[in-house]
Design a binder for this molecule. Structure first.
Ligand SMILES: Cc1ncc(COP(=O)(O)O)c(C=O)c1O
Length: 483
């Protein structure tokens, strides 16, 4: 199971490819300017010399060691690991998209621009916002962009006092991080006994130093913030703006919009809600949509439909500028547009309904075995606590997550949100069948039984994976990324 690196298989002189004989006259040898010695290699690069079969076998073996949505149930909470339809891949691999260059003249990329324009129109409708940008390449990048827009709005209105962003204590870590990167200070809003934003605490925190409040709805406990209209009124009355972290849009799309709830800025994770691949760090897409007043601050260029067709518009003077190399992760945008067209309005609504139904079904199967600290019912995901189990048996949330790997499941999200101890957060998504959910529930219930009868067995898990337990702190703090 221990796959060597290609460089370890290297044999001098072995190669996978032969260039064809040169059949053109030599003559292209142009004198290039000399590179300064500091930029030149002092010795030949150490590259693996391997045969084609070595390469194919290496990567095929590696591919069987990873876990993906296509290989098994992947209930990773807060990540919406839904099935990525293969039709999206087919469309995104069309040469009409892949052979384009972002610097081509706009008259030659009208099809690509129409995909982007139509996608923006659809996302504006789904979120209830006026318009947006497709440039950000991840959710966190969308947060960075959205908060920059909020900052630009207050700067333009001469309101320099507004330097604070409020985030609930259940917020995803990227929320406070994005606020801090934008130069805001972050204040935490405590949760009430139901796991929702504590309205009284929020009221106490709102003043003329608050630029905005970042919320996700449903929140990271999978609970709908039922006081959202009151919250929106409170934030706006205090002169602040309301930011929607769209990572959990899968629960509500087609049912209601962040616009209906009073949000001013929204980011979406196309790699969660709109059926595009994620994991392993990307590529993703985190479009940002805003209410009418904030449109002039969006990154430029905007995409406009004019008499001659689609065009880039660089004219906005209030724009925060560009936030991406070119126009975003274009092929991810193609996949998301394909997903929306294929699903249609009814399909999008049905996906949200089934995501909520599946999560509630799994919750109902597990709540007799594991304790559920917040909410009898949930939206698209829920969080159980293994604190009691750990106290009684010594088996932790980590041990159960690792044991799930031996049973063929990707573990749920662990130890998040932080307000739940020994947390496991499940998000089955709409893609899973009732049979799969039953098998997963049976496995978890069986693992809880093993925790009581043979805790050491779970402490050893996983037994079947290429890598067993790693030193997680060392892996995060001192990753070895090269041979
Ligand atoms: C609630 C929430 N917000 C924001 C993000 C950040 O999204 P990304 O990972 O695309 O940067 C995530 C990612 O898991 C999330 O769950």
């Amino acid at each position: 199971m221990n796959e060597p690196l290609l460089i370890e298989r290297s044999k001098a002189g072995r190669s996978s490819y032969q260039f064809p004989q040169l059949d053109l006259p030599r003559g292209f040898d142009v004198a290039l300017p000399e590179l300064p010695p500091t930029l030149r290699r002092s010795k030949e690069p150490r590259l693996p010399e391997v045969s084609e079969l070595d390469v194919i076998r290496h990567f095929t073996r590696l591919s069987t060691m990873s876990f993906g949505v296509d290989s098994g149930c992947y209930p990773l909470g807060s990540c919406t690991m839904k099935y990525n339809p293969k039709v999206n891949e087919q469309l995104a691999s069309l040469e009409d998209f892949t052979a384009m260059h972002p610097l081509q003249d706009v008259s030659t990329i009208q099809g690509c621009l129409s995909v982007m324009y139509n996608l923006l129109e659809d996302l504006s409708g789904i979120t209830g916002m006026a318009w947006g940008t497709l440039q950000p390449c991840a959710g966190a990048h969308g947060e960075y962009t959205g908060l920059k827009i909020i900052r630009a709005w207050f700067e333009h209105h001469g309101d320099a006092r507004r330097t604070r962003i409020l985030v609930p204590e259940s917020a995803h870590g990227t929320n406070p991080a994005s606020a801090a990167v934008n130069g805001f200070t972050v204040t935490t809003i405590p949760a009430d006994a139901e796991g929702l934003v504590d309205i009284d605490a929020l009221q106490g925190l709102l003043d003329d130093t608050v630029a905005g409040v970042m919320l996700t709805n449903p929140n990271t406990l999978g609970l709908f913030e039922k006081h959202i209209l009151a919250i929106s009124e409170m934030v706006h009355a205090a002169g602040g703006l309301l930011y929607y972290d769209g990572a959990n849009l899968n629960a509500i799309m087609g049912m209601c919009t962040p616009g209906d709830m009073g949000f001013d800025v929204v980011h979406l994770n196309l790699h969660k809600t709109f059926g595009t691949p994620h994991g392993g760090g990307g590529p993703g897409a985190g479009p940002v949509l805003v209410s009418r007043d904030l449109v002039p601050y969006l990154p430029k260029p905007d995409i406009k439909l004019v008499d001659s067709g689609y065009a880039f518009d660089w004219s906005s003077e209030l724009s925060i500028g560009k936030v991406s190399g070119f126009w975003g992760n274009f092929l991810v945008l193609v996949r998301a547009y394909s997903y929306i067209l294929r699903m249609g309005a009814e399909g999008i609504r049905a996906a949200a309904a089934h995501a909520v139904l599946n999560a509630n079904y799994l919750l109902s199967r597990l709540k007799g075995t594991f304790s559920v600290p917040y909410g009898e019912r949930c939206m698209h995901e829920f969080v159980v606590s293994l604190e009691d189990l750990k106290e009684k048996t010594g088996v932790s949330a980590l041990d159960v997550a690792k044991a799930l790997l031996d049973s063929g499941y990707h573990p749920p999200t662990m130890y998040f949100p932080l307000i739940v101890h020994e947390a496991l957060m499940f998000e089955p998504t709409e893609s899973e069948s009732p049979e799969t959910l039953d098998e997963l529930a049976d496995t978890l219930i069986e693992l809880a039984g093993i925790a009581a009868s043979d805790p050491q067995r779970l402490k050893q898990a996983p037994l079947t994976t290429p890598v067993r337990r790693v030193d997680e702190v060392a892996a995060a703090k001192n990753p070895i990324l090269h041979a």
